[in-house]
Write a protein that binds this ligand. Structure first.
Ligand code: PEP
Ligand code: MG
Length: 325
C-alpha cells in the first residue's frame, strides 16, 4: 500500500480549499523509526513511551532511556517528536508492577494517576528526555488528564526537573512544550485557564470515544455500535477545537481514527489541522485530503447533522460517490 502512494510522499496534504493538514505518525518502538522517511510523516505526533517499558523484564534505567530517546530525536532529523509519558495500567500492565486488584481497570489507577501518586518513574523519564535533547527542543505530553489540577501538577514535575537538571549542570532544551492528551470527556469542559496553560493538546480519540459512549474499546461487540462519525462525537470534537481556538492552543488528533481516510477528512473539516496516525495510513489519508474541498465536506456534515442523522457517514459516502469516487 505504501508504494501506491509513494508519489505523494513528499507532497503536502493540501485540500482543494487551500487548507493544509499536517500528517504525523504514531510510534513507540525503534522498529517504527524507518517509517519516518518512508511514510512522508512530518514528524511523530505520539511517541508511546510505555512500549519500551512493556517489552522489558525490569524498569529501564535513566541512561538507557536517555540514549533511546536521543536515537528517536536523531532519526527525526529536526522534525517534531511528541513524547507521551508512561501510559500504563488498564490494558497496559507492566510485568514488574504489582498487579492492582481493580474491578474496572480502564477507569482505574492508570496513566497520569500513577504518575502523580508515585512520581519516581515519571520523573526519571522526564530527566531522560531532557538529557536526550542535548540542547534541542522538547515536546512532552501527559496521558489521561481528566481535570486541570492533574495537568498543573504534571507540568510542575517537568518544571522541577528542568530546574534540577540545570543545577546539575546539564544543558537544557532550547524550547520546552508541555501538552496534555484530551482523552476523557471532562477535560473538554475544563476552565479556560487549562487551555491557556497547555502548550498544545492532543485528542486521544481511542479513549475519548470509549468514555464518551461508555463502550469498551477492547470489546468489538459494543465498540462497533458507536460510529466515530456519530454527530454527538463530532460535536464534541467541534467543541474541543473551538475551545482551543479561543486560547490559540494548538490541537491535534492522535487516535486510530485519524488514520481512516473518511474520519480524517471529517476531522480536518471540523478544523483539526494536525493528525497523527500509523505510518501506513499517511498515504491513503493524504490521497483523500488532497482531492476534497473541506468547506464542502463541512457543508455535508452540517446538513446531515441538521437532518437528525445519527452518523454523517452515509451522507459523506454518498457525497464522495456523487463527486466521482
Ligand atoms: C488514544 O487513547 O486515542 C491514544 C492515542 O492513546 P492509546 O491508544 O495509547 O491509549
Ligand atoms: Mg489513550
Amino acid at each position: 500500500a505504501q508504494e501506491r502512494y509513494s508519489d505523494l510522499r513528499d507532497q503536502p496534504a493540501t485540500s482543494k480549499c487551500g487548507t493544509t493538514t499536517r500528517l504525523l505518525m504514531n510510534a513507540g518502538l525503534m522498529a517504527d523509526l524507518p517509517s519516518l522517511e518512508g511514510s512522508g510523516a512530518e514528524g511523530v505526533g505520539l511517541f508511546r513511551t510505555e512500549l519500551q517499558f512493556l517489552i522489558r523484564s525490569k524498569v529501564p534505567r535513566r541512561g538507557e532511556l536517555a540514549a533511546l530517546y536521543a536515537r528517536v530525536m536523531q532519526a527525526a532529523k529536526g522534525r517534531p517528536v511528541v513524547f507521551r509519558t508512561l501510559d500504563i495500567g488498564s490494558d497496559k500492565v507492566l510485568p514488574y508492577m504489582k498487579p492492582q486488584d481493580e474491578p474496572n481497570p480502564a477507569l482505574g489507577w492508570r496513566a497520569i494517576r500513577v504518575g502523580l501518586d508515585k512520581p519516581g518513574v515519571m520523573r526519571m523519564q522526564l530527566q531522560a528526555l531532557i538529557r536526550a535533547t542535548n540542547g534541542g527542543p522538547l515536546a512532552v505530553m501527559f496521558p489521561f488528564i481528566a481535570q486541570f489540577d492533574e495537568f498543573r501538577a504534571a507540568r510542575q514535575h517537568m518544571l522541577d526537573e528542568l530546574e534540577r537538571e540545570d543545577k546539575l549542570g546539564h544543558v537544557l532544551p532550547e524550547k520546552v512544550e508541555i501538552g496534555a492528551m484530551l482523552e476523557t470527556p471532562s477535560l473538554a469542559f475544563a476552565p479556560r485557564q487549562f487551555f491557556e496553560m497547555a502548550d498544545f493538546i492532543s485528542i486521544g480519540g481511542n479513549d475519548l470515544k470509549q468514555f464518551f459512549f461508555a463502550a469498551d474499546r477492547e470489546n468489538e461487540r459494543v465498540r462497533k455500535r458507536y460510529d466515530t462519525l456519530n454527530v454527538s462525537f463530532l460535536t464534541l470534537i467541534e467543541h474541543i477545537v473551538a475551545r482551543c481556538e479561543e486560547t490559540g492552543t494548538p490541537v491535534s488528533f492522535c487516535g486510530e481514527d485519524a488514520g481512516r481516510p473518511i474520519e480524517a477528512m471529517c476531522f480536518a473539516a471540523m478544523g483539526l489541522k494536525t493528525l497523527s496516525m500509523r505510518p501506513s495510513s499517511i498515504g491513503p489519508v493524504k490521497n483523500l485530503l488532497r482531492r476534497v474541498d473541506l468547506k464542502e465536506v463541512k457543508t455535508v456534515i452540517d446538513e446531515a447533522r441538521a437532518s437528525g442523522a445519527q452518523s454523517v457517514r452515509t451522507e459523506l459516502i454518498d457525497w464522495l460517490g456523487r463527486s466521482g469516487w
